[in-house]
Design a protein around this ligand. Structure first.
Ligand code: ZN
Length: 283
């Protein structure tokens, strides 16, 4: 499942083809993904110019000159494919849509954007741009982990008194938006915090280490172009997925990479998902 760095990588991959360009043709090839697609979606997109391509948590937001914003979530298996804009590559020469190509946007400039989603846990909706932040998918999201509102003081206030494990608290999208299993494991390793520690029991001094650790692992992954574990494709349309090395995630039984630590990475299951941590240096 794509996490925030992967979604940001997709957004950056879409930006050259979409930002500032008009949607010449929008094909909507089924009535629903995870939820029903918006009424008259094709008509509402066709002819619209994309003013700006943003991101909120794991949602890509395309602000249109019609006053609406296209909200896109990749779900579990959703992919955005960009096919190039070679001269003479007209739309009638395009290959027929593949299985699970659900929404296809032909852009001014010649690029074709295809949303392909085999499992259909993805979502798309259209909302007035002025009200996009209060759309039901976005309204309850906590602050962006890379934004100014996400601070150690904020986190301390939100975690105070909580007995839930810190791992679960950081996965709660209402506390901080966009974090998933991989980067929470990595950030807790970097900060030296045990994933089972009760959230309200992490000291202010350690939260002051954790917040920059979260920012650092996300920033490194975004810079590396995102990472993925399964059949995730880069936004540039190329096959394959990004190779990314982790310090803790998926390293069960291997030596801890922290300088001076002789511990071993262990795996436990929390809320049905694997947590990886060093039993020697995470407390
Ligand atoms: Zn260690």
């Amino acid at each position: 499942m794509p996490e925030l760095p992967e979604v940001e990588t997709v957004r950056r991959g879409l930006e050259p083809a979409m930002a500032g360009a008009r949607i010449l043709r929008a094909q909507v090839r089924r009535p629903d993904l995870r939820w029903p697609l918006p009424a008259r979606m094709s008509e509402r997109l066709t002819g619209a110019r994309v003013l700006r391509l943003g991101r909120r948590s794991k949602y890509i937001l395309a602000d249109l000159d019609t006053g609406e914003t296209l909200i896109v979530h990749l779900g579990m298996s959703g992919r955005m494919l960009v096919e190039g804009a070679a001269p003479g590559d007209f739309h009638h020469q395009r290959a027929a849509p593949r299985a699970h190509d659900h929404v296809i946007l032909d852009m001014e400039g010649g690029a074709r954007i295809t949303f392909n989603d085999a499992r259909r846990f993805g979502a798309m909706d259209l909302a007035p741009t002025a009200a996009a932040e209060t759309h039901w998918l976005l309204a309850r999201l906590g602050p962006e982990p890379l934004g100014n509102a996400f601070t150690a003081d904020y986190l301390a206030a939100r975690l105070a008194g909580r007995r839930t494990p810190i791992k679960a608290a950081l996965l709660d999208q209402r506390i901080v938006a966009g974090l998933g299993n991989i980067y929470v494991s990595e950030a807790l390793w970097q900060a030296g915090i045990h994933p089972r520690r009760p959230a309200g029991n992490v000291s202010a001094a350690r939260l002051a280490v954790l917040v920059p650790a979260i920012r650092a692992v996300l920033t490194a992954a975004i810079e590396a172009g995102g990472s993925s574990l399964r059949d995730y494709r880069q936004a540039d349309g190329e096959l394959g997925y990004f190779q990314h090395s982790f310090a803790a995630y998926d390293r069960e039984g291997q030596p801890c990479r922290r300088d001076g630590c002789t511990g071993t990475i262990r795996r436990i299951v929390q809320s049905g998902r694997s947590s990886y941590y060093c039993s020697a240096c995470q407390r």
